[in-house]
Design a protein around this ligand. Sequence first.
Ligand code: SF4
Length: 451
Amino acid sequence: MINQTDLISKYGGNAPRYTSYPTAPHFDDSVNASAYQNWLGEIRAEDVISLYLHVPYCRQLCWYCGCNTRATQVYGPVSQYMEFLLEEITLIERLIAEKPVVGRLHWGGGTPTILTGGDFLRTMEKLRESFDFAGDAEIAVEIDPRTMTESKAELLATAGVTRASLGVQEFAAHVQEAINRRQSFRQVVRSVGMLRAAGVESISFDLMYGLPRQTIADIEETAALTVELRPERVAVFGYAHVPWMKPHQLLIDEDALPGAAERPKQAAAAARVLEKAGYEPIGLDHFALPEDSLSKLAKSGGLRRNFQGYTDDQANILIGFGASSIGLFPQGYAQNYSDLPHYFSAVKSGQLPIMRGIEISDEDRLRREIIERLMCNYSIDLGSACAERGASLGLFKDEHRRLKEFADDGLIAFEGDVVTIPYKFRPYVRSVCAVFDSYLQTGKGRHSRAI
Ligand code: SF4
């Protein structure tokens, strides 16, 4: 057994968040528009799929932001972008021979609520013409409470939106100052009230720890204000300081960031407040009320993880639309161009705007299954996972040796072929997953701290 400080320095280093496996830094140009076209052609009418739409615009840039977005004070660029997005939907619709059923649609960004009502409705209509939506399809939208109005809330509900995910992060004014996102508690209260009154059934909040100038007392207060509003779900993400990937994060004062030992304490403080108020912990960083589907799935072992984090979405096909969006197919992942000129130029010439991706092998699928189960359930029976996929346990000889070291340090229990991460060491789950990541050693991609 080693002490807490040594544990953090040995296992708290940088690791992927594992919202996919292989992770995006390992995508390359081996998957192009023509490969993606073949994947689309193999979709069948009986498939239940998910859709993701990316709107890469915001009114103002938050300095902590890790998304593909840009600030705009005028609507022209957004309007032009939406024309291309509609065109991309047409391109994809033509390549799908059999219309599948859509069980989920997620609008992400950026700020989807930057759209005018007309553009939002037009896009929804286009999607409903192009695909068959299930009667109980979940339609989720990421919301910036600073752009929410009563008419927008009504419009979202009329368009069939069932879930609103509000970017809240932190209520303390000195932290908001340090991240360039000023947003009052009152604005959030009003947004929740307008969305609930309009009939949006489910509300999620995104909070953050590890922000500049943030203290344990700040995150506790933010969590306490959050539970007053009773969102069905709350995510508490650790701020990922990756200025080599997101240069605007250089505006954040690095000296004001909480240290490696402080971050897990902040996460634990938020968890304490949420759990005391009746929220159940889901995976690494989500919480939900007991009656929410995430809580039920976490108990039954059916929780999933995708690009949006922990989810109850069971679909194995996700079509992404818009710049930088990533599609998931049984064959692999495909990502659109992130930069707008390339995205626009491909769509304009009638080409699928695919920038890169990766085809996945049977071994990748097995490793993905192990990583997803660890991220969701904190436990995996390696013997059963291998047997189910007809693989030999011998494949994990090196991993076995490294896991023994984790176990000797007291970080995991490793009995027989079963790996279990005890409750108090759950924040280290990304480091345990990294043991199974055969792409990590290639050195492509730098990641945020694991805890
Ligand atoms: S509103 Fe959201 S997407 Fe836009 S800059 Fe802020 S964090 Fe990023």
